[in-house]
Write a protein that binds this ligand. Structure first.
Ligand SMILES: Cc1cc2nc3c(=O)[nH]c(=O)nc-3n(C[C@H](O)[C@H](O)[C@H](O)COP(=O)(O)OP(=O)(O)OC[C@H]3O[C@@H](n4cnc5c(N)ncnc54)[C@H](O)[C@@H]3O)c2cc1C
Length: 390
């Protein structure tokens, strides 16, 4: 059975332009994304043409400077766009979030020359990005990464293997963190590597529990030569750049999680209204009404939390603690709400005839990516303990 159209959420948006943007996204979601979601996820097919359409519609560079092809949108608008996309299909919402994460380093730390040369195609030229921090032996402890970049005249040679890379093997550009100096966080440098660089190869995608349409793969770098003009920021600044990207990226994951949870609630509500037992719609029973009320309340709370963090970011204020809180709360909410949605559908919820079983499998990934929820608690606790412990 195809996914149902998500119910429109009544959004608080700051401008007419933002309202038009949300309408455009809903239209694309209903026409292009929702009808193919279940079948393509089942087949493990990445919707490359959807990303070309999103790029052509100006939706792959929303929070960046329009001087370089971005959309000049505040984060509170960009995140609500992501939420709408993720409600239609998580692979698409998460893919846009990862692409935006991959653009962060150059957009915030690149030189003017680098930005003029590369950003327009990255933000609106149909290209797809990937962000390469994790390795097989360094996940939560990302600063212990081993992929090396060695200087060779005015070039660098990158050697090593990145793991768990969303869009690995299909991306047009990779933002890569590699070791150029001492052990630990201060010996890491960021590079912008083209997807067709000689010596760069993607492994076969991991066989995941969910989001099968979103390829997650190892990426091998076998002496990949990158000119020094593609180094982003200073030597040794790469880890700070990677973390700064993740602060914003976690808000993207939070918004995707709320979109997924909203889609699960919409499905559960529609089913509970249709399904009759004991001569009445099951939505008449208090046991289910309270479950649905809790699901809706957690979603509203999550949306309010990520939007509050986004508004701090838009105002130029510190937001890292709130971003970690939003990632933690919203992804735990997605896990809980999608699990409860399966419960509302009873036995049918446990089959692939309805999308809620897929939503539940997909939600699990969100508690792991861009820092597990244990790591989010560590980030929050460090902020609570004061600046000297960060
Ligand atoms: C679908 C998917 C997509 C991904 N996409 C990307 C991507 O595009 N780019 C990228 O760079 N990475 C990506 N990742 C990798 C992801 O960021 C890592 O999986 C994550 O950071 C956890 O690392 P790990 O898997 O090595 O687990 P580990 O770090 O080995 O953790 C294992 C367990 O130990 C816990 N743990 C570890 N340290 C602590 C601690 N100090 N205190 C308490 N608990 C701890 C963790 O919370 C976890 O429960 C992706 C992962 C997935 C599953």
């Amino acid at each position: 059975m195809p996914d149902r159209a998500p119910q429109p959420v009544d959004r608080e948006l700051p401008s007419e332009e933002a309202r038009d943007l949300i309408s455009l996204v809903r239209d694309i979601a209903q026409r292009e994304i929702v009808p193919r979601a279940a079948e393509e996820e089942d087949a493990g097919r990445f919707p490359r043409e959807t990303f070309r359409l999103l790029s052509a519609s100006g939706l792959l560079g929303l929070p960046y400077d329009s001087a370089y092809g971005g959309g000049d949108q505040p984060y509170e608008v960009y995140l609500q766009v992501l939420e709408e996309l993720a409600a239609a299909r998580l692979t698409v919402g998460l893919g846009v979030s990862v692409h935006t994460l991959a653009c962060h380093a150059l957009a915030h730390y690149g030189t003017k020359e680098q930005q003029v040369e590369h950003l327009p195609t990255m933000l609106g030229g149909g290209l797809l990005g990937a962000y390469c921090l994790s390795e097989a032996s360094s996940g939560s402890d990302a600063a212990s990464l081993r992929t090396k970049a060695v200087r060779d005249g005015d070039h660098w040679a990158i050697t090593g293997t990145k793991a768990w890379i969303t869009h690995g093997g299909i991306a047009d550009f990779y933002t890569v963190m590699a070791r150029t100096g001492e052990e630990g966080p201060r010996g890491i440098t960021a590079f912008l590597v083209p997807g067709d660089a000689a010596g760069l190869t993607g492994a076969a995608p991991e066989k995941k529990m969910g989001m099968k349409g979103s390829p997650t793969a190892q990426v091998h770098f076998d002496g990949v030569r990158v000119p020094d003009e593609r180094r982003i920021g200073e030597e040794g600044q790469g880890f700070a750049i990677a973390l700064s990207a993740l602060d914003s990226g976690r808000l993207g994951i939070a918004a995707c999680a709320i979109g997924l949870a909203q889609a699960a609630l919409d499905e559960a509500l529609a089913y509970a209204t249709d399904r009759r037992q004991f001569g009445r719609p099951i939505s008449d029973f208090e046991g289910l009404r309270f479950l649905l009320a809790d699901m809706a309340t957690q979603i509203e709370a999550g949306r309010a939390l990520y939007l509050a963090a986004a508004r701090l970011r838009d105002a130029g204020r510190p937001f890292a603690k709130q971003a970690a809180m939003a990632k933690l709360h919203c992804t735990d909410t997605a896990m809980k709400v999608t699990t409860d949605a399966v419960q509302v559908l009873g036995g049918y919820g446990y089959t692939a005839d309805f999308p809620v079983e897929r939503y539940m499998r997909e939600a699990k990934a969100l508690q792991i990516v861009e820092g597990t929820n244990q790591i989010q608690r560590m980030v929050i606790a460090r902020h609570l303990a004061g600046p000297e412990s960060r």
